[in-house]
Design a protein around this ligand. Sequence first.
Ligand SMILES: CC(C)C(=O)C(=O)O
Length: 290
Amino acid sequence: MNSQRATVTNEVLIQEVGLRDGLQNEPRILQPGIRAHIADLLGDAGIPRIQIGSFVNPKRVPQMAGTAEVWHEIRRKPGVRYSALVLNARGLDQAIACGIPHVEIYVSVSETHSLKNSGIGTEEALEAAALMIDAARSRGLGVTAGLMCAFGCFYEGKIDLRRVLDMVSRLRASSLDEIGLADTSGMGDPESIGSTLEAVAELMPLDEITLHLHDTRGLGIQNMVAGLTAGVRRFDASVGGLGGCPFIPGAVGNIATERVVQVLHSMRYSTGIMPESLALARERVFSALA
Ligand SMILES: CC(C)C(=O)C(=O)O
């Protein structure tokens, strides 16, 4: 047994990423006011963590233009952690300027995906991430740092586990609230998720890990259960299962929040999320996108 494993609880924290990962791949662009209203409905449904958007180049991802306006229009619910994704120093400056309290900074484990997604290689991205984490911390922001393509890559196939572990260790050298591991192209399966987490558990407690899973091959929920079995208690999910990386062809959405909640509750885990209210938020998203 390894000594890093923390006491496991039956409480699971869900972060809704539909307003970012979900919308970034949709042809219809939703205005900031509608996105803020959806965030309010999600908060009312008891979602404890809501990623409201990203600060990225609006020419590359037009769906994310106006994230600062979304933040200003949200009726901020006490106890909810609101965050935004940033991929470079410019995005971080925008996030700091708008006053969002928590940022998520992800770098890719795959060299090819890193170049396509952010225009720089993994080494440069890691160095930039360390500077961004320090800058965010010095301004009092909470920080999640994470790895994209941690369980495989559309372009490079299987990712060497030693590479993932090395990058986890290097991220952990910075001051962080948690580390995210993303199955960006949905190539993970319960076995690879379980064995990767077992190795990561030698480096850090798994209750400080967030899993971000895509349902590309229909294994998303099984992968979540593999994560739970290993000891992970934080998951990203997207209402309606929307989402996908705009820089991965055929990318499919995240695990659907309503399904995640249904499965977790049936397994007697608690999430604090009310399925009926979540269904209202889901309807609002789909009517806005119709
Ligand atoms: C930025 C990360 C979390 C992401 O959306 C992905 O890898 O799918």
